[in-house]
Write a protein that binds this ligand. Structure first.
Ligand SMILES: *Cc1c(COP(=O)(O)O)cnc(C)c1O
Length: 412
C-alpha cells in the first residue's frame, strides 16, 4: 500500500511495560497471602521463610557465601556501606554517571561523595579515579555498573589494592553479568542488586546484598532489622559472629517480606534465559544503530559478558539543539529516549549536577560532555526483535531528517 510509504513509521509499545511474572510466582504469592505469614520472621515451627530461601538460592546462583534480602537496592547499598565500615565524614568514591539512589545511599550513611569522571564508553575514568583516590584519602569506593557497563575490573582491582580501597559494587544492572568469566558482584567486599520493576527481576521494590565476609554479613543482617531473630537466616555466619555486634548495631528496618521473595524465586530460575533474550535484542539494536550515520554504540570489551537490558548510544557530529530535536522527533514517533543532558531532573533520569546536596562537587567536564550526547532507552522483553528493528529505523529516519535540515553539524 502506498500510504505506508509516505506515513512516518510509528512505534506504539510502551518502554515501561514489563512481562507478566511467571505463573509460579503468582501461585507462591497467593499461597503466602493465604497463610498470612508475610513478615520474614513470621514462620511456623520448623518452617524456613520464603525470604530465607530466596537468600540461599541467590547466594548459590552468585557463588557467594551469603545473601541478604532487603527492601530496595538503595537500602541494600546503604546497609553495605554501613556494614563495610563507612562512618560520618568518610570519603566515598563513586562514578558520576549513576542513578540518584547511589549518591543517596552515601549521603544516608553520612559519607562524603567524591564523584569520578567517566570516559566515552560510559565507564569510570581510571586516571581520574587514581587522582581522586590519592587526593581524598578515601578508603571506600562504591562502583556503580551503571546501565550494565562494566569497567576493566582487572584495573579496578589493581587501583583498589594500590589505594587501599574497600570496593562495594552496585550491580543494579549487572545481575547475571560477568567480567572475564567472574560474576559481576563478586569482585568487591559487598555487592547490591535491585529487584525493582525495571531491573532483571521484578518484585516491585526489593534489593539483594551479597558478601563472603562473616562480619559484614552479621552487621548487615542486624542493621537490616532482625529483631534478634537472625538465627532464622539460613544464609548467615555462625551465631558467635552476631554476639560481637548484637547490642551495638541499630535496627534500620530495611527487610524484604516473604511476598516479594515468593515473586522472585521462580524469576531467579529463568534469569539466565531472560539475560539471553535481552542480549538478542541488544545485539540486533547495536548492529542496526551502528549502521546509522551520527550514531555510535561504544565497542564493549571482549571480557565483558553484559546483560543488554537497556542500550546507550552517542550522537556524533551534532550540536545540543540537534540532540533536543532528535529526542523530540523520536518521542513524536513513539520512541521514548532518555537523556541525561536536561538541565532539570526529568522522570527517572537525573544527572550529577542536580544532586546539589553533595558538598564540594568537583567539575566534571568529561562526564558532562559524554552525557550531553548520550541517548538511552530500556529494552523491555515485551519488545520483539521486529520491534527493535522498527525502533532502529525510526531513529535512522529522525536523525537523518535532523542532520539533513539542521544546518552544518558541529563537532561535539
Ligand atoms: C535502580 C538502581 C539502583 C537502586 O535501585 P532501587 O531498588 O530502586 O533502590 C541503584 N543503582 C542503579 C544504577 C540503578 O539503576
Amino acid at each position: 500500500m502506498d500510504v505506508e510509504c509516505s506515513d512516518p513509521l510509528v512505534f506504539t509499545k510502551e518502554f515501561t511495560r514489563q512481562e507478566p511474572l511467571p505463573e509460579e510466582s503468582v501461585r507462591r504469592a497467593v499461597a503466602i497471602m493465604e497463610s498470612g505469614r508475610l513478615h520474614r520472621y513470621n514462620t511456623a515451627a520448623g518452617e524456613t521463610a520464603e525470604a530465607a530461601l530466596l537468600e540461599t538460592e541467590f547466594a548459590a546462583y552468585m557463588g557467594t557465601r551469603y545473601c541478604l534480602a532487603c527492601a530496595s537496592c538503595g537500602s541494600a547499598i546503604y546497609l553495605a556501606l554501613e556494614s563495610a565500615g563507612v562512618r560520618p565524614g568518610d570519603a566515598v568514591l563513586c562514578n558520576a554517571y549513576t542513578l540518584a539512589p547511589v549518591p543517596g545511599a552515601i549521603e544516608n550513611a553520612g559519607g562524603r561523595t567524591i564523584l569520578v569522571e567517566i570516559t566515552d564508553d560510559y565507564t569510570i575514568d581510571l586516571d581520574d579515579l587514581d587522582r581522586k583516590a590519592a587526593g581524598s584519602g578515601a578508603r571506600f569506593f562504591l562502583l556503580s555498573h551503571m546501565r550494565g557497563h562494566i569497567a576493566d575490573m582487572d584495573r579496578i582491582m589493581a587501583a583498589c589494592r594500590r589505594h587501599g580501597l574497600v570496593l562495594i559494587e552496585d550491580c543494579a544492572h549487572t545481575m547475571g553479568a560477568r567480567w572475564d568469566g567472574k560474576r559481576s558482584g563478586t569482585f568487591g567486599a559487598v555487592a547490591c542488586y535491585s529487584t525493582q520493576t525495571y531491573k532483571h527481576m521484578n518484585s516491585g521494590e526489593g534489593g539483594l546484598l551479597v558478601t563472603d565476609d562473616d562480619d559484614v554479613m552479621a552487621r548487615a543482617i542486624l542493621f537490616s532489622g532482625s529483631y534478634m531473630l537472625y538465627e532464622r537466616h539460613v544464609s548467615r555466619p555462625s551465631m558467635a559472629v552476631f554476639d560481637k555486634y548484637k547490642t551495638i548495631i541499630p535496627n534500620f528496618s530495611m527487610r524484604m517480606d516473604n511476598l516479594r521473595a515468593a515473586l522472585l524465586r521462580p524469576q531467579l530460575r529463568r534469569l539466565d534465559t531472560q539475560c539471553r533474550r535481552w542480549n538478542e535484542r541488544y545485539r540486533l539494536l547495536e548492529t542496526a544503530l551502528n549502521a546509522i550515520d551520527h550514531v555510535q554504540v561504544p565497542v564493549r570489551d571482549r571480557r565483558e559478558a553484559y546483560v543488554g537490558s537497556s542500550i546507550q548510544f552517542t550522537l556524533q557530529g551534532v550540536n545540543r539543539g540537534q540532540v533536543e530535536n532528535f529526542l523530540a522527533g523520536c518521542a513524536e514517533r513513539g520512541v521514548e529516549i532518555k537523556w541525561f543532558g536536561w538541565s532539570e531532573p526529568n522522570g527517572f533520569t537525573s544527572s550529577f549536577d542536580s544532586w546539589a546536596y553533595i558538598q564540594d562537587m568537583p567539575d566534571l567536564p568529561a562526564t558532562r560532555r559524554v552525557l550531553d550526547f548520550m541517548c538511552d532507552f530500556r529494552i523491555p522483553l515485551t519488545f520483539s526483535l521486529e520491534d527493535c528493528r522498527l525502533i532502529a529505523r525510526i531513529i535512522q529516519d529522525v536523525i537523518g531528517a535532523i542532520v539533513g535540515t539542521g544546518g552544518e553539524p558541529i563537532q561535539p
